[in-house]
Every structure is written in C-alpha cells, then in structure tokens.
Write a protein that binds this ligand. Structure first.
Ligand SMILES: Nc1ncnc2c1ncn2[C@@H]1O[C@H](COP(=O)(O)OP(=O)(O)O)[C@@H](O)[C@H]1O
Ligand SMILES: [Mg+2]
Length: 508
C-alpha cells in the first residue's frame, strides 16, 4: 500500500501542467516529505509522477506584523500560546515538479511500466499524494536493485541507489567537482562495487591512472586480495620497436617532417638487422645514425639531439614494462601510480602509450573489455585553447570510438572547463558533485542540455559526498548521498598534526 503524504490543492496559480502544490499531512510522526523526494498522485491522465522541488511553511498567524509585535511584547508568551494555538495555523506545502504519466502493463502486474508519457493536463486538486513504492521508482529511474552498483541513497530518503553497470559503462562517464568535493571517494566506491561483483555477472577489467597515489591502499585490503595490482611507474618502459617515426615525433614535437622521414629509413634498416632480432632501443637508433656515412649531416645531428633528449626521460627500452597484453584480468584492477612523477610531459607520454596499446589490443580482442579511469583528466586531454597534451588525441579517439569495442572511459576532473569539449560531450553519464565556479557550471550546461539552470543552482550548494547523477545511467537525474566506504583508506586518518608529530619523532 502506498503511504499518503498529502493532498493536492490550489496555491499561487498552481496546479498547472508542469507543477502541482500539495499540503503535507500533519501527523504525530515526523513527515517523510523532503526536497528531492519522488511522489505520485492520480490525475485525470493516470499515475502522475513528480519530484518535490520546494517546501514552504506557512503560518497565517505570523503573516501580520502587528500580531507578531503583540506576541513578542507579552511578558509571558506561553500564556498567549495557550490562548492562540499558533502551531495549528502552520501548514507545510510542497511544490512538485511533474515528470510524467506512467502507463502500466495491462496484465494486472501493476509494477511493470509499459511507457511514460508527457503530461498534458494538471493534477486534480483534492487528490491524494503518495510516496512511490520502491519497485516502481526503481523501474522509473532505470535502477538495478538486484545486481546494480550500490553507490548510496537518493538524497533525503532511504531509497538505495543501485546503478545498472551496463547502462553506466556502455557509454563513457565523467566525475566532476571542485577539489575536495568527493570525486576520489566516489571513485573508490565504484571500484569497491565493481571488484565485489559476482563473477557470473561479468565485470570489465579496470585500469586506473592514480595521479596522487590515493588508491594504493586498495592493495592492502584483505577482502580484495589478488584483485588489486599497483604498478610503480619508476619501472615503466615503452618498447621502442613498437614505435614508428611518427610516434617519436608525437613524443618529441620538435622533430621536423624531414627528420621524421630520415628516422623512418633508419628504423626500417634497424628492423632488418638480423643480430638485433627486432629488439632495439633509442641508443641503437642513435648508433645507426652515427655510423651512417651518407645522409645530410645537419639532419642527422638534429635527429640525434632529439632522440638523446627523449632517451633522458628514462622511459624507453627494448621491451615494454609492464606487458600490456598480460596486464588486464576481468574483475581486477591495475593502478598506475603516478605519484612519484613530477614531469607532466613524462606522465602524458606514459598515459599516451598505455591508452594506445590498450585500445589497439582491445580492438583486436587480445584483452578483455576495460574501464579506464583517469584522475586529473584535464591534465591529459585539455581543451585546445588551454594547452596541448601528448595524450589528448588518443583519449579523444577512445572517447569517440571506444564504445564499439567496449573500452569505457571514466574521466575525473576538478576543472571541467579545462577539459576537452569533444571528450566531455562523449561522456554520456555524469556524476557531478559540488561545483562553485560559474565558468565551469556554464561549460557543463553548454556540453549537456540535460543540465538546467535549476540543476546548476543545486550543484553549487551540494555538500561533500552529495552527487547529481545524470545521463545514460538513469532515466531521470537524481541527487544521491554517496555511501561510506566498505574498506576505509589509511590516508583518511592522516592529518597535518599527526604527520608533523611523526616527523618530529623521526628527526629528533
Ligand atoms: N561520501 C563521503 N563520505 C564520507 N566522507 C567523504 C565522502 N566523500 C568525500 N569524503 C571526504 O571528503 C574529503 C575529500 O574527498 P576526495 O574524494 O578526496 O575529494 P576530491 O577527489 O574531489 O578532491 C576526503 O577527506 C574524503 O574522505
Ligand atoms: Mg581526488
């Protein structure tokens, strides 16, 4: 049985087709009615579903200045309160934003939704307003209460939000907020859920680019043993034989087109070298150029200079490390910890290589479907006007084409405005935590028509751990209170004072 929470009435020129007001039932218990709650009423068109967008408290007794003055002037307000039961004059009113008319299947199974129609007639004054049953709400929102990823509760209610994994990962998604808004925390919740899915349900493998070393703690969690692999990027190595001349130009932009052509020839020769058997590094190429009696001296010198500069990055070798083909396992996560690396260009080169290899291997079906999570994504695929990034082109390619090959991106950023618009507009689902910067909000509204001004206002007032989920993952945008971590991070308990005290102990 649905729980009645109020009655539709006429208030400030409502109900109209898109909104209706209702008086909230008074009872001894605390009313469950809260902003953001989903309710329904029976209108002439049928089962009308809506979401509460405002709650007002009215008290006629306190609408007149003279009465309030008299009330306050009295020495003992309790006597007056006894004479005038002011609380009884109070009424709570909710304004509901109508979302649609639900048509159910006709076979008596009331909870199966057949279709959702637009409203064309207002709600009926006098009709009851009810809480929506969990089952109907799950279906209306497109949630997956049996196997979904449990990320929290609908804000202001006890309704659990379990997102359907396919709907979230079929198209890319983004997690956006100011710094400290709870992006990494929410990401760790998603990882917890993906890693604890039952094997039969099917889970992609996860690769995480951990810029600040915030996720390495997962490796220590007993329940996730064997499923978390942290890659220390000090041992990261790009296989030189897998690069062509244009690949070198990508990593060293100053190599000219003429030099690229020369480099192609040297690469071709070196690949034919029987002694090397296809395993060579940058120093082999340099040797080959130096030993070449012919060729333009200037071109050769410049080329050697650029190759030496690349070699100093300490990234290039004869073989790749880790082996990308062996790296990914379904239902497991590989974390590339970039924490020790301060050179942004080097980080971009590593990410570019990782993305290129994984996307290639996925296209030829040599590795399982994957979810690639990139923290600080604006550093790796910035908007053109902002700055250049080596890894931008491949991230944009995966954003455009990845879906066909089940290669899903999750981009995390605190500066949506600095993130490539191409990539952001391909992120169909968005998880938006608190964003205050008006430029970022405007950029978001420009990149997705689903974000209204009303949403933008709400986004700027969200607390830590409150998120707006919208896009392909759900049928209708919802505000969610993110649940607590099952497996807390040891970093959570480290404060400035604890670190200072420890430092003193160690250094005295
Ligand atoms: N849902 C939540 N529940 C409890 N604490 C949270 C939640 N979300 C974020 N926090 C806390 O807020 C702080 C900032 O979160 P974090 O995820 O690091 O933000 P961001 O990655 O957006 O900079 C952290 O201390 C984190 O523990
Ligand atoms: Mg973070």
């Amino acid at each position: 049985m649905s729980i009645k929470v109020g009655t539709v009435f006429n208030f400030s020129q409502l109900p109209d087709v898109s909104k209706f007001p209702f008086v909230i039932n008074k009872s001894n218990k605390r009313s469950p009615v809260r902003k953001g709650l989903f309710v329904h009423t029976h209108s002439e068109e049928g089962y009308l579903i809506g979401v509460i967008e405002r709650i007002l408290l009215l008290n006629e007794y306190f609408s007149d200045a003279l009465t309030i003055k008299a009330y306050n002037n009295n020495n003992n307000p309790n006597i007056l309160r006894g004479l005038f039961p002011t609380e009884e004059f109070e009424s709570a009113i909710a304004i509901v934003n109508c979302l649609g008319i639900i048509e159910f299947e006709e076979d008596g199974k009331e909870k199966n939704i057949k279709k959702i129609k637009r409203m064309s007639y207002p709600a009926t004054p006098g009709a009851g307003v009810f809480l929506i049953e969990e089952e109907i709400l799950n279906r209306f929102l497109g949630l997956d209460p049996l196997h979904g990823l449990h990320i929290g509760k609908i804000k202001g209610s006890t309704h659990e939000v379990k997102i359907n994994m396919d709907r979230l990962l079929n198209k890319h998604f983004a997690i956006l907020s100011i710094s400290g808004g709870g992006k990494s925390y929410l990401t760790s919740i998603l990882i917890e859920e993906l890693l604890s899915r039952e094997e039969e349900l099917g889970t992609p493998s996860i690769i995480l680019i951990d810029v600040h070393g915030e996720y390495s703690y997962l490796e220590q969690i007993q329940a996730l043993q064997g499923k978390v692999h942290v890659q220390n990027t000090s041992y990261f190595q790009i296989a030189v034989p897998k690069l062509n001349a244009w690949g070198f130009k990508k990593y060293q932009d100053q190599i000219s087109n003429v030099q690229v052509r020369e480099l192609s020839k040297y690469l071709e020769n070196i690949r034919k070298d029987k002694e090397l058997k296809g395993t060579f590094s940058i120093s082999h190429i340099i040797e080959q150029i130096e030993n070449d009696p012919g060729g333009n001296k200037n071109t050769k010198q410049a080329l050697i200079g650029w190759l030496e500069e690349l070699n100093r990055l300490n990234l290039f070798g004869t073989q790749e490390n880790p082996n990308m083909k062996e790296l990914l396992k379904q239902g497991e996560i590989t974390i590339f910890s970039f924490q020790q690396e301060i050179n942004l260009r080097k980080k971009q080169i590593m990410l570019d290589y990782i993305c290129n290899r994984l996307f290639y291997l996925r296209r030829v079906d040599k590795i399982p479907p994957f979810l690639l999570i990139i923290e600080e994504a604006h550093q790796f695929c910035p908007e053109a006007a902002e700055s250049k990034a080596i890894s931008k082109s491949i991230i944009e390619t995966i954003a455009r084409e990845g879906r066909k090959f089940m290669a899903c991106l999750c981009l995390i950023s605190q500066r949506p405005k600095k993130l490539s618009t191409t990539v952001l507009s391909q992120c169909n689902s968005k998880m938006i935590l608190n964003i205050k910067n008006p430029h970022d909000l405007k950029h978001l509204m420009d990149s997705s028509e689903a974000i209204t001004r009303e949403h933008a206002n709400l986004i700027s007032s969200l607390g830590v751990g409150e998120v707006l989920l919208m896009g392909n993952a759900v049928n209708h945008p919802i505000f969610i209170e993110v649940r607590e971590r099952k497996y807390p991070s040891s970093l959570e308990s480290i404060s400035l004072s604890i670190t200072c005290a420890k430092w003193t102990r160690m250094n005295n």
